[in-house]
Design a protein around this ligand. Sequence first.
Ligand code: FPP
Length: 241
Amino acid sequence: MLNKDRMPKHVAIIMDGNGRWAKAKGLHRLAGHNAGMQSMKKIVDHSDKLGIKYLTVYAFSTENWKRSLDEISGIFKLLVKYVNSDLKGLVENNVKVKLLGDYSTIPGDAVKSLEKTIEATKYNTGLQFNIALNYGGRDEIKKALQCIAGEVKNGNIEPNDITEDMISSYMYTGSKFNDAPDPELIIRTGGELRLSNFLLWQSAYSELVFPDVLWPDFTPEEYEKAIADYQGRERRFGGRK
Ligand code: FPP
């Protein structure tokens, strides 16, 4: 049973394993992403039910451009399909959609659909659903440094004025953009035990859970197990008991 008083406020997920799931079934990789999208929808719904305030999913990384054109355009088509067909449901469920990452280079129709969704859900007060698209943690830190260096150059601040909170504010999750706290829990499915350039700055004290299932097989039950695992851990933030 989950302890309602110890729910993480922010859960972030690396949705890995769609390709292997499809291969094991003799299907095209895109069938895996399609199944992954169905999983994602269930996890969005379930996050809302559990009272989680922020959910961030790693949908497309800065490295994912190395995949075949077919796969890339297929993933974006799925995304458009998702936001268009689920817009009504997202609005009704009070979900606020936000984007993390540099989406200037993603296909125009995907940007249009996403902007429409962001606009239509911007006053919602329930779950904030962050979709990380063309996102890379190092790229995010680099961009933050460029902005801060610009502030120093313009004489607005001195190097010694730079604080951790200031750096946080320039991250995509920071107060200048999407205003989400650091994730208490990061889940990665699919068997790899690494962060792969996801939320590098924000994950300093996150608990990491690696359920041994491929993303399309990640059910709300598996999600609750991962949260229970998190709740069973003691968070010390470098301090002692
Ligand atoms: C990782 O699996 C998954 C992705 C790179 C794409 C994530 C996409 C979805 C969950 C579906 C579409 C939803 C949105 C929001 C675009 P993989 O292909 O790396 O799997 P593998 O490691 O088994 O090959």
